[in-house]
Design a protein around this ligand. Structure first.
Ligand SMILES: [Fe+2]
Length: 413
């Protein structure tokens, strides 16, 4: 078999092996070199295409992931991490526009840590992007007069190139700026600009939701704090009681390793635990000295009233236990408490925590008819109640917290 014939057979074999879309392009090319050139052209095109498809599918995946996150901090970290990877950049930063303070607050994701910084809204390339709403591609920042070297100086980082894109809300207002720094190969190109714009639009939708969620959360918290202050103001002897009980309860819970949503639920329950006192007559609430039996019943009814008031609030699922936790803060593990005489685990853990904080704050507070109990005496009262009035595990956590925080605070007063 001659050389040409062998080449022809090889070409035929390759034609049969390859999908028609590729083999068609081979035409009459028969020499090994012709075939190699043709195929390597296809493969390199294919490689480029694969990279593009890879980036696009990553972008779609990011879109899905972002839509599932409503907590602002988590969301920012997720966007930072994903944008850094997708844009093949060393660093990524998100700046959120704080209109009231005319500043941009930001989180920077490096390979090693998370850094938070703040910038004036009218400075640097970031400020220019926030104000113009235009994407800014900066292949050489140090030759751009708008570039603010301060961040590099503060963070000890050298910016070689950067791409800065605005984040829009649905009312066409810039809510933030997304920035990627130091592309790992070369500088950012037109394709990167298109990609960051797409990523930015995904990120904007999620960020807007998260910002709204954060604002609602803040509003709810301030509303509960105001309510707590109003409850405390009704009782002349208990100014600041609900806020202090909440602080102590949170301290105990943290000692017990409680965090996240459970802690948030406990904090709100702490603020609202005495809301039922709204229904207690002022003459009974403010009566100095001993109460008769009817007055005692009337005042104890506040626990049940707390439940009656709070159960009307359509709490979201994550806060649904607030009425239950708040209204059982006078239960004792022995079953001798009120309103339901629950025992041990029947009493919600949050209520067992608030119960200790409530008693400690009550005995150490000033009353016109008695002096406040000193720290050590109050502590031994709580410890004596372990297993009868209080959950012993809560008492242990309370003691750790109280020794660390409350002892010093009380002696300073
Ligand atoms: Fe109470």
């Amino acid at each position: 078999m001659g050389k040409d014939e062998a080449a022809e057979r090889l070409a035929d074999f390759i034609r049969e092996m390859l999908p028609e879309s590729i083999s068609k392009g081979l035409g009459q090319k028969n020499s090994a070199e012709d075939i190699r050139n043709h195929l390597s052209g296809i493969f390199s095109e294919n490689e480029q295409l694969q990279i593009k498809v890879g980036r696009l599918s990553e972008l779609i995946e990011i879109g899905y992931m972002l839509s599932g996150e409503v907590r602002l901090d988590n969301l920012l970290l997720l966007i930072l991490e994903k944008s850094k990877r997708l844009m093949n950049a060393e660093r990524s930063t998100i700046y959120l526009v704080d209109k009231e303070r005319e500043r941009l607050r930001s989180i920077i994701a490096t390979d090693l840590e998370i850094i938070r910084i703040e910038l004036p809204i009218d400075q640097g390339i970031t400020g220019a992007c926030a104000q113009s709403g235009k994407i800014i591609n900066t292949p050489d920042p140090y030759s751009d007069s708008r570039f603010d070297k301060k961040v590099d100086i503060e963070t000890g980082y050298v910016t070689k190139n950067m791409l800065t894109a605005p984040l829009w809300d649905k009312h066409n207002k810039v809510i933030g700026v997304m920035q990627v720094l130091n592309k790992r190969e070369g500088t950012f190109d037109k394709e990167d600009e298109r990609l960051i714009t797409l990523l930015g639009s995904f990120a904007s939708v999620s960020l807007e939701n998260a910002l709204l969620y954060e604002a609602q959360e803040k509003m709810l918290e301030m509303f509960f704090e105001s309510l707590a202050a109003a409850i405390d103001a009704k009782d002349p002897y208990t100014a600041g009681h609900s806020a202090r009980v909440t602080e102590i309860s949170v301290g105990i819970a943290e000692e017990m390793g409680i965090g996240g949503n459970e802690l948030r639920e406990l904090r709100y329950a702490g603020l609202l635990h005495d809301i039922g006192k709204i229904g207690v007559r002022d003459s009974v609430l403010g009566k100095p000295g001993r109460l008769d039996e009817a007055e005692m019943h009337h005042i104890q009814d506040h626990a049940h009233q707390t439940f009656e008031i709070l159960r009307r609030i359509p709490f979201t699922e994550s806060l649904a236990r607030i009425p239950d936790i708040a209204s059982h803060h006078h239960e004792k593990v022995s079953g001798k408490g009120y309103p339901d005489g629950l025992v041990w685990e029947e009493v919600p853990l949050g209520s067992r925590i608030i119960c200790v904080a409530d008693v400690f704050d009550a005995v150490t507070s000033n009353r016109p008819y008695r002096d406040p109990m000193p720290f050590d005496k109050a502590m031994s009262l709580v410890e004596k109640g372990a297993g009868e009035d209080f959950d012993p595990e809560v008492v242990v956590a309370f003691k750790r917290y109280a020794e660390r925080v409350l002892r010093g605070k009380m002696s300073a007063e």
